[in-house]
Write a protein that binds this ligand. Structure first.
Ligand code: HAM
Length: 425
């Protein structure tokens, strides 16, 4: 949220947001849908620390990525260790998988997570420095059906979250051999003087670190250079092709529509074979709402045995920016309107009794008059208002006004006589 309220001289950091109650209600509703859908697909929730040793991301996310090279919130802690606020969830999940010896317990694990991630990118619409993801990782299976399962889960998520017409784009970037051959060919192509001279400074660096990333560059001239570059599909091995064909056949069987884009390389180092992204309309340049792929080498890179895996992560901010998810505003069951000191003091006990019945109940703490309190009850969309004044206390009868039915009557002052229905039905 952006605001131009009172200036205390203290402001939140750029690219970070405050969520006020109405907005956070939408988030909680969306998180509930994510958890329910994950459960339907058999994924269990894993909660990893937000801060990890820097080395986890250097090795996991990869030193050649923009994330590690220029976007991490890294600092030295009080014990002189280099620590980093997680820029993504996948390396932590794999670390936990290894640290908890999950592979020895079962050959296949379905794990999901929800939480904040941190990347020091240039903030713009749909791009924050603290943003929130939900992600799913299926660790163990090598079968293309596992890729299909993850893509189907992403598809179901976006439908359940009411994201209008997401577009699925898929690609295969091959396994180790194809990637190495493609990298070599790309490097030759990009470092030829005519091409190199036209690249931006970042892409010149990428020709040495990770030439594949030139495909991701938004610079127009770099895009012109890369348009004629050798594409990965020429380098795929037979196994890579079979795998990709099987993924496509699986998606066809589920009637999940997709486009193939041989430029979809994604900005992380660990991908092998399948990569995919869901893009949504109405988001401008940052239109990827969900991205993922297969990462068969990552468990090994982080010190484990060779273990195939596939996963994705999706951005809450982008999804909620386009989601049509309705949020029903809260309605309070009972507002207790106290008039006079005795009533003011009695109100907390009355609230306790109402809440004990399972009702939502609230009051005014400012000793305001009837009119202001009724206005507050309106703001809270109270179904009932219980009016208590000196007369009511003396008579041991309170006035109950049903706002939703425009009725008013007296009720006994003794809470043990009350029923939920008279306040809420
Ligand atoms: P990613 O493509 O870097 O992949 O991020 C996934 C999603 O997070 C994006 O599609 C986008 O919706 C959201 N996102 C990323 N950066 C930002 C940002 N600065 N502001 C707002 N939203 C953002 C990963 O993170 C991988 N860990 C996905 C994965 C899991 N691959 C395998 N398993």
């Amino acid at each position: 949220m952006t605001g131009s309220g009172q200036d205390s001289g203290l402001q939140r950091l750029a690219g970070m947001a405050d969520l006020l109650p109405l907005e956070s209600k939408r988030w909680v509703a969306a998180e509930a849908i994510v958890r329910a859908t994950m459960r339907q697909y058999g994924f269990g929730e894993i909660r990893c620390p937000i801060m990890e040793p820097t080395e986890l991301f250097e090795r996991g996310t990869g030193t050649a990525t923009d994330i590690v090279q220029k976007e991490m919130y890294t600092f030295t802690d009080r014990g002189d260790r280099s620590v980093t606020l997680r820029p993504e969830g996948t390396p932590s999940v794999v670390r936990a998988f290894l640290e908890e010896s999950l592979g020895a317990k079962r050959p296949s694990w379905k794990l999901f997570y929800i939480g904040p991630m941190f990347r020091a990118e240039r903030p713009q619409q749909g791009r924050l420095r603290q943003f929130h993801q939900f992600g799913a990782e299926l660790i163990g299976p090598a079968a293309p059906e596992a890729d299909v399962e993850l893509i189907a889960l992403g598809d179901a998520m976006l439908r359940n979250l009411d994201v209008p017409v997401p577009r699925l784009v898929i690609n295969s970037i091959g396994d180790k051999q194809a990637r190495a051959d493609h990298d070599a060919a790309l490097r030759d192509y990009l470092t030829a003087p005519a091409a190199f001279a036209r690249l931006c400074a970042d892409c010149r660096r990428r020709t040495q670190t990770n030439p594949l990333r030139v495909f991701d560059c938004k610079n127009e001239q770099c895009q012109e250079v890369i348009a004629a570059a050798p594409m990965i599909d020429r380098f795929l091995t037979d196994e890579d092709r079979h795998h990709f064909d099987a993924v496509r056949a699986g998606l066809d069987r589920l009637r999940i529509g997709y486009e193939i884009d041989s430029r979809l390389v994604r900005g992380l180092d660990y991908y092998t074979r399948t990569t995919f992204e869901f893009k949504a309309a109405g988001l401008g340049a940052q239109d990827a709402v969900c991205g993922g792929g297969r990462y068969d080498g990552l468990v090994e890179v982080l010190g484990g045995p060779p273990t195939p895996a596939v996963g994705f992560a999706a951005g809450f901010e982008r999804i909620l920016a386009v989601s049509k998810l309705p949020v029903d505003e809260d309605r309070l069951d009972v507002f207790v309107c106290a008039l006079g000191d005795a009533a003011f003091e009695l109100t907390s006990q009355i609230l306790a009794a109402l809440r004990q019945l399972g009702l939502s109940a609230d009051r005014d703490f400012l000793r305001r008059g009837l009119k202001a309190q009724m206005k507050e009850a309106d703001r809270l969309r109270a179904r009932s208002v219980l009016i208590i004044g000196d007369d009511e206390i003396a008579k041991r009868r309170f006035t109950l006004r049903r706002m939703d039915k425009a009725e008013q009557r007296e009720i006994d002052a003794e809470p043990s006589q009350w029923t939920v229905d008279e306040f809420r039905k």
